[in-house]
Write a protein that binds this ligand. Structure first.
Ligand SMILES: *Cc1c(COP(=O)(O)O)cnc(C)c1O
Length: 237
């Protein structure tokens, strides 16, 4: 299967999930997760009109951007270490996985130095799994206000990863939880948090039905991820 035929099938499934939940397809942004895929996959995605790309390594994204040029909207979706922020703010248009106040402060500081205002999402660990990054739901309101108060950040909403489930519909309660949390925090704080980044290859339809505005699709769009190559993973930045 080509990326194009996969993309067509996915678009049909997005339409169905939107129709089922009374939402418009324009409410759901598809982010093509190109991590470990070669620059050619990025170029193909861009040609098909998939303009939003997700990467989880600064060095890897930098190498790919160097090849495909200044095209697309690049989202950082991984765990960002403080020592990578300086480069990350130059390469990425949006950081969708802010998981601590210290990280948010560093991003704001580095953005100030280059005169940039960064749209960000706060990652929330709704499942409470120890293996996952993200802030605890009970800390989310306070942290959202603190992050929103930083001068060079624009907090746009929340992101989460549901636990891997054999039955993808079992992920839905986690997506509902993030939406409810967002609704409650918006009410309590008056913050404007329109974005919910939730749903991956396995579980994007349930996520759409629970109100996702950004689905992050890798495998289902680009195929099985190849082994990371040295070129992209050598951490020379
Ligand atoms: C890899 C990754 C994805 C894409 O996963 P697939 O299951 O391949 O669709 C989405 N979100 C994050 C944060 C990821 O790291």
């Amino acid at each position: 299967m080509t990326i194009e035929s996969r993309y067509q099938e996915i678009q049909g499934r997005i339409q169905c999930a939107c129709a089922k939940s009374g939402r418009g397809i324009e409410e759901v942004l598809l982010i093509g997760v190109t991590k470990t895929h070669p620059p050619e996959s990025v170029e193909q995605a861009l040609r098909l009109g998939i303009l939003h790309l997700g990467e989880n390594k600064v060095q890897e994204a930098s190498a790919k951007k160097g090849i495909v040029g200044e095209k697309g909207v690049w989202h950082f979706i991984g765990h960002l270490q403080s020592n990578k922020v300086k480069n990350a703010v130059q390469i990425f248009d949006q950081i969708d996985s802010v998981d601590s106040l210290v990280l948010a402060q560093e991003i704001s500081k580095r953005c100030e130095m280059i005169g940039k205002r960064m749209p960000v999402l706060m990652e929330v660990n709704v499942s409470g799994e120890g293996s996952k990054f993200g802030v605890k739901p009970e800390q989310a309101a306070v942290l959202a206000e603190q992050i929103n108060g930083l001068p060079h950040l624009e907090l746009r909403g929340f992101m989460t990863m549901a636990p891997l489930m054999e039955d993808p519909m079992k992920s839905r309660p986690y997506f509902a939880q993030l939406r409810d949390l967002r609704d409650r925090i918006q009410q309590e704080t008056g913050l404007h948090l329109p974005e919910l980044s939730m749903g991956m290859s396995q579980d994007f339809e349930g996520a759409i039905e629970e109100g996702s505005t950004m689905i992050r699709l890798g495998t289902i769009l680009f195929g099985t991820r190849p082994k990371p190559t040295r070129e992209f993973f050598e951490d020379s930045i």
